[in-house]
Design a protein around this ligand. Sequence first.
Ligand SMILES: Cc1cc2nc3c(=O)[nH]c(=O)nc-3n(C[C@H](O)[C@H](O)[C@H](O)COP(=O)(O)O)c2cc1C
Length: 336
Amino acid sequence: MSDLVQPDIFCLAPLRGVTVRTFRNLQESWFTPPDCAVAPFIPTFAGEKIKPLLLKDVDPELGQSVPVVPQVIGKDPDQLRTLLRAFKAMGYTRADLNAGCPYPFIVRKGRGAGLMRDEAAFARMLEVGCEELPQGFSVKVRLGIDRPDLLLARMTVINGFPLREVTIHARTARQMYEETVDVEAFAAALERCRHPVVYNGDLRTRADFLQLKARFPQITRWMVGRAAAIDPFVFARLTMDTPPPRDATRLKGFLDDYLTACEEELYGPAAVLGRMKELWSYLHQALVGGERLWKGVRVCRTVHEYRRVVDAAFAAFPGFVPDEALRGLQPEVGVA
Ligand SMILES: Cc1cc2nc3c(=O)[nH]c(=O)nc-3n(C[C@H](O)[C@H](O)[C@H](O)COP(=O)(O)O)c2cc1C
């Protein structure tokens, strides 16, 4: 065993519709980027023929400033194999399996968190993943579907394969993204898991990080989702005791570049507006009076109108809410 202290690694979580390739690629230009990112899930499909559009988000030829791990959602091992081989053909040696998506229509079909319900199907997916990507396959799970003990029941299966890591979002699927994270149930799963564990859930401020690190000193991998959409300066705030102040000019520069990239990449103004509104549904939370601005953005019907609303907001910039207002964890949670 090495005595060297492992550095903490911060990973951008997959958020479908938000942490897409252009969002990820602009991190380095405007903010402190994460160490790595897991891309939003790509569904498995029947047949051998792969539509290029399906893989566009993780196409390395389109540029990747942050190291990316592609993610798969599905329940059919043969289909998983096809998709993993397509990733390998693009040069990837890693991929992640989504066993945590909580949406009922996905869970009912035995995908996402629903995969955890069927032990044999779950095991088969892990088996194929580890066969195709030895040392490179990982899984992202929740604590369970209705109750937080299903993950514990699946730990024998999870421990039975040579997974690279296991990301645990410390909620059940039934909780969706509501209520507080269940740090106790996470601790129980961590204790039983023989793989490196990535903590995920409501990590938003340096105080959250220090609180979790004090409780789980053995964890060195941290995944951050919504906080990166609420405040793209998050990785500086998480990793530095005194980060540089957040800067409205940078945020505006990022937003302008993101809009341009979306206009180049997406088909039609409705799709572009949809993408920007998806981001703003989080981003407004970091701005003073953000609710009012969000109402203004939400009703924009053209890109021109959107530009006018956002330009006006930055011309009279209201300021960022203080760090404490962004905290994800209850201050007492996780104190041993
Ligand atoms: C809009 C949205 C889209 C998401 N898409 C994915 C996805 O594609 N794959 C995945 O594993 N998790 C997905 N998640 C879950 C996040 O990766 C993450 O686990 C969750 O947001 C909790 O982390 P946080 O509290 O840091 O946001 C999504 C969550 C949201 C809110």
